[in-house]
Design a protein around this ligand. Structure first.
Ligand SMILES: Nc1nc2c(ncn2[C@@H]2O[C@H](COP(=O)(O)OP(=O)(O)OP(=O)(O)O)[C@@H](O)[C@H]2O)c(=O)[nH]1
Ligand SMILES: [Mg+2]
Ligand SMILES: [Zn+2]
Length: 1006
């Protein structure tokens, strides 16, 4: 009789994949692994993501198998012989193509967990009733439109997931499942809550998200054990009356409904830790909300809130407060939506109370448009209509800021800051820092040009200006008139009107001036945003200081604050952050060099930047320069002392990057147009498989590739970069990214062994880049893998979103236009490229679709240890916790954030000191990583945590790179590698949980 190990060999042959021996838990994805007990018998087997079309029959040989996962394959049937695996306790079959189960499955009477999510089942075999030991049954995302009555006989079920099935009702018999503690019904067509459910009084978790509910029956109050109730994405127009009786609720989601008020009774839900009210029509919050003292996460984004009750500052345990997309005036939006908004909101209300209130009567008027359109002339004419146009008007380099004062009311003057932007292409690079929200915009166009420029500007403002109002000014420089196409006003809602002027004879100027003044005074924040009095004074002081100096030191700034009664440095920091957001000063507090300078004069700073961009020596040098160039470029006296700060500003604006640590810099915007012939990705890729991937933009802002080059600097392969493209080396792969601005495409080609990993790294950086724009959502395109396309240089591309939709609708195949093949397998397309998307898919089977809630239940003795925070005793808590752990990747990775985060923070601090001792030059960069690590706490959400961890990844990759200074420093330090290894291991735990790339084992084993 062959041993189990011999069967493993046989299985490897059958599936064509090597299997690893390791511990298997259901939390982790595992391409191929087995686990043996102390007698050498295989007891766990995990064959995931293998595209298996048939059930590998060798599996049947492992008679001691207790756990089998075939997650994400392409099985369409199971063999009846599966009944031979008598000892099976857990069986994971989600993400396959099963349309029926063999009746023989009923012989697996030891099964306690059966996961069948993401299949095509429309019914279950009647024999299923024999699985009397079943505790958990997951049928998420199948085609079960009527619930088979058999399920209601499985009376030991504690967790049942019927979400995503198009169910219209539940059978009365569901009441027999009295042991249920978790019932998931989200993403169905229920319409009303089946009353039967209210008899399932042991329920702790009930998910009803997206089930078309418009009310809840009062009987819901019977479910007194509920701790989590998901009601998001329904049609509720008021808080269902009974809900406030559910005193044990910890998590309540009401997002994406039609709530217009929240009754004060919400305060009765004292145990709430997470409350989602996002995407409703709330215009106020009851002050009573502060009685919810256990609240940790409060989601209020996408409502109509203009004020928050000051009491909100009293929610001591709050760690996450989401307020995005509300017309807030008190506190001002800049404060409400900042990174550390909770602290800043608390501070704001405190200062408002202690200092008294004041209002803002100031705003920016921003002039944009093509070079020579007449922006500067218009600015001058607004200030002085008698100004004579000059034919020698210089093109504006950077930004020119002028002050214009006119009355707001009889007593109150209004201060308008005119920001006149240079129109040259190269100036686009800094636009996103200065095209601020809550300003009035003027797009100036003269009548020589085609309309396309126009669209460019309007699109750009749509991305960056946060719905600020826009006036279009047509400057009739030449004889013939130009008309703005009708549809512009229709398709760009922010455009207030089109004004015609002729600056040569002032025709239309007075009307335009009046219209600007009117619209400035009516900007939503003007006269309405409440600001603490001292802030206003500090601001006024800085304004007057502007006349004297271009910048002040941080110390000067702190002194100014102190003189105005703000001694606390952190509070002073909040104020400069606010003024930075408003565009009054430039203060990059997070940058180690720039934090020490508060820049008062924007023009001073931007002009310096453009002196470099227009420097002929640097231009003819293909954008490369070094420190030696700086005295020439910044020769003026007012720049002399500030070269390092200005350079830092360039780096901060992502206008240039440093090549390694050479003090040589590259400005991607100035790179040569074409790659030289030896810069040849194709040579490398010849004979290798190429992974294609594309981003297609409805609208593409200028400068995407330049900024990407800056961001990906450390991967650039042998300086292979040009104005519209770059070659990268990532792991064991090479990638070429090329921008085609006219076609609005970013094309990516990757060859080599680590293609998927490389794509991951690139997508991550591109995603970050896109997020710096408000609503830039290009289409991600996936190449077809049909035989015809595989032969082709340029395959057919599918829209990834469309593929996902196909999948969701249960469509198996999609048609390839090139190959004329009707049945390209949708799943295979998705899984080839997007392993990470799976994490999301798995999420969906739980309740975390839109609400990232971390169930905080720990049961002593339960093996799963996930972010424990609250303890609940009792068997029910255990089974529920287990159920949650399984349907939620969030909490199920082997990570204890309360232990692992401080560990990695401490270990890093230690390693930092050690490395810095060996090579002090590295200290600055290490500090930066440390700062960002210290920015997060165990309570931070995943998105926040991902940031420092991404930095950590890059750091670890550097250590792995034998040529890097980091590697050398670690090597030179006592116990350096040991420390780094430890950090690497902890990082990998985070990586798995946060769906980041793992760092290679490479140096972990050294
Ligand atoms: N005849 C005539 N000339 C104009 C008019 N408006 C502007 N000009 C001239 O056009 C030239 C360019 O005008 P500017 O105001 O400098 O244009 P701009 O938009 O600020 O240009 P950049 O700063 O390079 O982006 C100047 O020589 C102006 O005198 C107009 O209405 N009629
Ligand atoms: Mg100008
Ligand atoms: Zn094809």
């Amino acid at each position: 009789m062959p041993t189990d190990l011999e069967f493993i060999k046989q299985l490897e042959k059958e599936i064509g994949t090597e299997l690893k021996e390791e511990e298997i838990t259901y939390e982790n994805f595992n391409k191929g692994a087995y686990q043996r007990d102390s007698n050498g018998r295989v007891i766990r087997l995990s064959l995931e993501f293998l595209q298996l079309k048939e059930f590998p029959r060798t599996i049947l040989k492992f008679r001691n198998l207790d756990h089998l996962s075939l997650y994400r394959n392409q099985l369409s049937t199971l063999p009846p012989e599966i009944s031979q695996l008598k000892k099976l306790n857990t069986l994971y079959l989600s993400g396959n193509q099963l349309s029926m189960l063999p009746p023989e499955i009923s012989k697996l009477t030891n099964l306690t967990i059966l996961v069948l999510a993401f299949n095509k089942l429309s019914t279950l075999p009647p024999e299923i009733t024999k699985l009397t030991n079943l505790n958990e049954l997951d049928l998420y995302d199948n085609q079960i439109t009527t619930l088979p009555l058999e399920i209601t006989k499985l009376i030991n079920l504690t967790s049942l997931n019927l979400g995503g099935n198009g169910l219209r009702k539940l059978p009365h018999e569901i009441i027999q499942l009295t042991n249920l503690t978790a019932l998931r019904l989200h993403n169905n067509q229920l319409g009303t809550l089946p009353l039967e459910i209210t008899q399932l009084t042991n329920l702790m978790t009930l998910t009803l998200g997206n089930t078309q509910l418009s009310t809840l029956p009062l009987e819901i109050t019977k479910l007194t054990n509920l701790t989590a109730l998901m009601l998001h994405d329904n049609q509720l127009s008021m808080l269902p009356p009974g809900i406030t009786k559910l005193k044990n609720l910890k998590v309540l989601t009401l997002g994406e409904n039609q709530l217009s008020t929240l009754p004060p009774e919400i305060a009765k839900l004292k145990n709430l830790t997470e409350l989602d009210l996002g995407d409703n029509q709330l215009s106020t919050l009851p002050p009573e909300i502060t009685k919810l003292t256990n609240l940790k996460v409060l989601t209020l984004g996408h409502n109509q809130l203009s004020t928050l009750p000051p009491e909100i500052a009293k929610l001591k345990n709050l760690t996450e407060l989401n307020l995005g997309d509300n017309p807030l005036k008190q506190p001002p939006v800049e404060i409400a939506t900042s990174d550390d908004n909770i602290e800043r909101i608390r501070n704001y209300f405190k200062e408002l109370k202690t200092q008294g209130e004041d209002y803002v009567y100031e705003a920016k008027l921003i002039l944009v448009g093509e070079p020579g359109a007449g922006k500067t002339s218009l600015a001058k004419k607004l200030l002085n209509p008698k100004y004579k146009l000059s034919s020698t008007e210089l093109m504006t380099k950077g930004i020119d800021v002028k002050k214009w004062s006119f009355p707001y009311s009889k007593e109150i003057p209004f201060q308008c800051n005119i920001w006149d932007f240079g129109g040259q292409d190269i100036m686009h690079a800094t636009h996103r820092y200065f095209l601020t929200k809550r300003s009035l915009y003027i797009v100036v166009a003269d009548n020589r040009k085609e309309d396309t420029d126009f669209y460019y500007w309007l699109n750009m403002l749509e991305l960056l200006s946060g719905k600020s109002p826009i006036l279009i000014v047509l400057n009739e420089k030449f004889k013939y008139k130009k008309y703005v196409p009708e549809n512009i006003l229709k398709s760009f809602k922010s455009v207030l009107k089109v004004c015609h002027v002729n600056l040569a004879n002032n025709s239309g100027l007075a009307d335009l001036s009046k219209s600007i003044q009117h619209n400035m005074c009516n900007l939503p924040h003007v006269g309405k945003d409440l600001i603490p009095k001292k802030w206003v004074r500090i601001r006024e002081y800085l304004e007057s200081e502007k006349e004297k100096s271009n910048y002040i030191t941080r110390k000067d700034y702190l002194d100014i604050c102190k003189n105005n009664g703000i001694e606390d440095h952190q509070k002073a920091g909040y104020i400069s952050e606010f003024l930075h957001d408003l565009g009054v000063v430039l203060h990059f507090q997070k940058d180690l060099i720039l934090r020490n300078t508060v820049i008062l004069n924007t023009r001073w700073a931007t002009e310096a930047v453009y002196q470099i961009l227009f420097d002929n020596t640097i231009i003819s040098n293909g954008g490369e320069f070094d420190n030696g160039d700086l005295p020439r470029v910044w020769h003026q006296r007012h720049y002399r002392e500030k070269h390092s700060e200005l350079l830092q500003l360039m780096l901060n604006f992502e206008l240039c990057y440093e090549i390694g640590k050479t003090h040589n810099y590259i400005i991607p915007e100035l790179l040569p147009e074409k790659p030289s012939p030896d810069k040849d990705f194709d040579k490398y890729a010849k004979g290798k498989d190429i992974l294609h991937f594309e981003y297609r933009y409805e609208f593409m802002p200028k400068g995407i590739i330049s900024r990407l080059i800056v961001r990906m600097k450390k991967y650039i392969y042998q300086k292979q970069q040009w104005k519209s493209g770059v070659v990268l080396e990532i792991g064991n792969s090479r990638a070429e990214i090329v921008e085609n601005f006219d076609k609005r495409i970013l094309k990516i080609r990757i060859a080599g062994n680590d293609r998927l990993y490389a794509l991951d790294v690139i997508r991550e950086d591109i995603k970050d880049l896109h997020e710096s724009f408000e609503s830039l959502v290009p289409h991600e395109m996936v190449p077809c893998n049909c035989p015809e396309c595989q032969k082709r240089q340029i395959p057919h591309f599918f829209d990834f979103d469309e593929l996902k939709q196909y999948k969701q609708e249960g469509e198996k195949y999609i048609k390839c236009r090139i190959g004329k093949i009707k049945n390209v397998n949708v799943l295979s397309l998705i899984s080839d490229v997007f392993i990470k998307e799976d994490v999301r898919m798995k999420d969906e089977s739980g309740d975390k679709k839109r609400f990232d809630f971390k169930q905080e239940i720990k049961f002593e003795g339960a093996k799963i240890d996930f972010k424990p925070e609250t303890k609940i005793e009792g068997a029910r808590a255990e089974s529920d916790a287990r159920a949650d752990a399984r349907s939620d990747v969030d909490v199920s990775v082997d990570i204890d954030i309360k232990v692992d985060l401080p560990a990695i923070q401490n270990d890093f601090a230690e390693l930092k000191e050690t490395i810095a001792d060996v090579n002090p030059k590295l200290k600055e960069e290490l500090n930066r990583i440390e700062d960002s690590l210290d920015d997060v706490t165990p309570e931070s959400n995943k998105e926040k945590l991902a940031k420092p961890m991404n930095k950590m990844r890059r750091f670890l990759e550097k250590i792995a790179d034998e040529n890097s200074d980091f590697h050398k420093a670690v090597k030179g330090a006592k116990k350096g590698f040991e420390m780094a290894q430890k950090i690497g291991k902890t990082y990998n735990k985070f990586a798995q949980w946060l769906a980041l790339p793992q760092v290679p084992d490479l140096f972990l084993g050294k």
